[in-house]
Ligand binder design. Structure first.
Ligand code: SAM
Length: 216
């Protein structure tokens, strides 16, 4: 299980580079994306596509290959595989088959956003992507505000203003932090209440990748 950068290519570890060079094959969420990373790193290890649509069929095949002695590195498009990304079936099946599974730790948008938010970190929950429907989104946000610690959500840039609108209406006092394009050129951390953040955004169309922290 190999973590890769969430934007800034310098965020690859020395161990990740070594392991990606040494394994027999790299199982990648998207071989074009990982191909670009491997090209930059001058790594020529063969890849195969491993994603949500073929996970069920592929996991047992990859386990079989590992039982026959092959070493396989699992990577996703960005950050830590399995965290709102493919990989669960493979790691689970490998563990069940008594195959040695190890992690090459590295970037994870959720943890990076939490640790730079300035909000409570003593206790936290990760909820993956916020639901798209308003009622379910409102419920998820209400649960986050009622938590003891902070809650981490992934969110789409197109929905951010709607999410902030729901927070403004139902939880105007809640402290939040929006991490946008973390580790990249246009990185931006927006902190405060929903009203504060809506003010920072203003008339802008929000673009890029977004992680939201809601303090309980
Ligand atoms: N497994 C990945 C990880 O460890 O960060 C997360 C994969 S999930 C499919 C992708 C989502 O993570 C994006 O839609 C966004 O919400 C968040 N994300 C990824 N990179 C980010 C970044 N550089 N800045 C802010 N959020 C990011």
């Amino acid at each position: 299980m190999v973590a890769t950068p969430i934007g800034n290519l310098e965020d690859i570890t020395l161990r990740a580079i070594r392991v990606l060079n040494e394994v027999d094959v790299i199982a990648a969420e998207d071989t074009r994306n990982t191909g670009r990373l491997l090209k930059k790193l001058e790594i020529e290890t063969p890849m195969l596509g491993y994603h949500d649509h073929n996970e069920k069929r592929f996991a047992p095949q990859l386990v079989e290959r590992m039982l026959n002695g092959e070493r396989i590195a699992l990577v996703s498009d960005a950050g830590t595989p399995l965290i709102s990304d493919p990989g669960y079936r493979l790691v689970n099946a490998a563990v069940e088959a008594n195959i040695y599974v190890t992690g090459i730790p590295g970037p994870c948008a959720a943890i990076n956003a939490l640790a730079t938010s300035g909000l409570a970190v003593h206790e936290f929950s990760f909820r993956g992507f916020l639901p798209k429907k308003s009622t379910q989104m409102a419920r998820a946000l209400a649960a986050a505000v009622a938590e003891e610690g902070s809650t981490i959500f992934y969110e789409s840039p197109h929905r951010l203003k709607k999410t902030l609108g729901i927070l403004l209406e139902n939880h105007p006092e809640a402290k939040i932090c929006v991490g946008r394009e973390m580790t990249k050129l246009f990185e931006e951390n927006m902190r405060g209440t929903a009203a504060d953040i809506l003010k920072i955004i203003g008339e802008r169309t929000v673009k890029g990748e977004i992680t939201i922290i809601v303090e309980g």
